[in-house]
Each structure stands twice: as C-alpha cells, then as structure tokens.
Ligand binder design. Sequence first.
Ligand SMILES: Cc1cc2nc3c(=O)[nH]c(=O)nc-3n(C[C@H](O)[C@H](O)[C@H](O)COP(=O)(O)O)c2cc1C
Length: 191
Amino acid sequence: MNNKTKKILILNGSLGGSNGNTSVLIETALKYLKKHDVEIDIFHLENNPNNIKNKLAWADAFVFTSGTYWDSWGSPMQYFLETSTQYEASDLFLFKPASVMISMHSVGGKGVLSRLQGVLNTMGLSIPPMSGFVYSLATHLSLESNNEFHDDFWSLTDIEIIIHNLITAVKHEHDFKAWPVDRKDPGRRWL
Ligand SMILES: Cc1cc2nc3c(=O)[nH]c(=O)nc-3n(C[C@H](O)[C@H](O)[C@H](O)COP(=O)(O)O)c2cc1C
C-alpha cells in the first residue's frame, strides 16, 4: 500500500463550467473525495486555464467531466485534448488513473464516455474498472418514481464507487468495487 497523499485533478470540459449541470457531478465527487486523504484541484476548462502543464504534472490521478453536446464532449474538452496532445505518452499522463463523468439530457452520453475513455487511454492514462459514469435528465426524472428497474440505472450515489475505484487505482491497492446491477434477469421485458 502506498500512503503518500495523492493529488487529484478534476478537469471539467463542459460548456456550463462551474455553474452547469456537470458541476453537480463534481460537487458529488468532491463529497466522496474528501473522505480520502487526497489533495484536490478543479480546472473548469472553459476558463482556458494557463498553467495547465504544471497542474497535469502535479496530478497523480484525474477526473474528466463534460456534458453531452450533439453526441460529443464540450468544446473546452476538445480544446484541452488538442492542446495537450504534445504531452501524449509523457510522464504528465503515463499510467495515471482517470475517471470520466458525463452528463446529458437523454441520448449520446455513453458514446461520449466510451470515446473519451478511449482517447485518454491512448494518450497514456489508465482507465480503472468501473470508473466511468453517465447521468441524464431522463434518469434523474425516472429516479423520482419507485421502479423495479432502478438498480440498472446510474444514480448520483454511484459516484462514490467511481471515486473509490479511482483512489484504489492511484494507491495501487486494487480493491475495486462494483455498483448495483441487475444480475437476476437483465433481459426481462420492460415494454
Ligand atoms: C448545444 C447543446 C447540445 C446538446 N446536445 C445533447 C445531446 O446530444 N444529447 C443529450 O442527451 N443532451 C444534450 N444536451 C444537454 C446537455 O448535455 C446537458 O444539459 C448537460 O448536462 C449540460 O452540461 P453543462 O450544464 O455542465 O454544460 C445539449 C445541450 C446543449 C447546450
């Protein structure tokens, strides 16, 4: 076990920045991160932060976040990816764990999550098991009702698992956890 205090950098590539829907995912992540012995910093990429290289070097692990805009991540995230391509496969990224959290209204967010995880992994970051999360307005409204299918939906409390898996990865403890899923009958009729 590695007990050195780990440094977690949250990079928000959403259009809404510090006041957007995605900022609620970040606030929830902060609540869970603060239960661990970590240092945390947040960059809202829409503000075009200028000391990003130093911060990337500072970080031991990352949380990447964005809303979904026409089936893709936000332009601040795209700009970050384009301008940090020069650090691809460097010590700034290589082997550092990265979680990804995406918000959306209804459609496209899982594609954004999977593609962003793929890009980050290609740049050199490590994607821990069960470290990706999508939260939609559709799910948010659905969770207000009592429904037998709810275990199969991501909820905000699942962010605790996302953070746990990020922390266990960065500490090389490999104590990964899973959120609740429907293991009894995932193929049962719903319509
Ligand atoms: C220009 C634009 C395009 C959007 N496109 C999609 C979309 O393709 N799919 C979807 O489910 N939601 C879409 N949305 C909704 C956003 O993904 C959702 O509100 C998200 O939580 C925004 O995050 P933010 O407030 O942090 O920017 C779009 C919103 C905007 C403003």
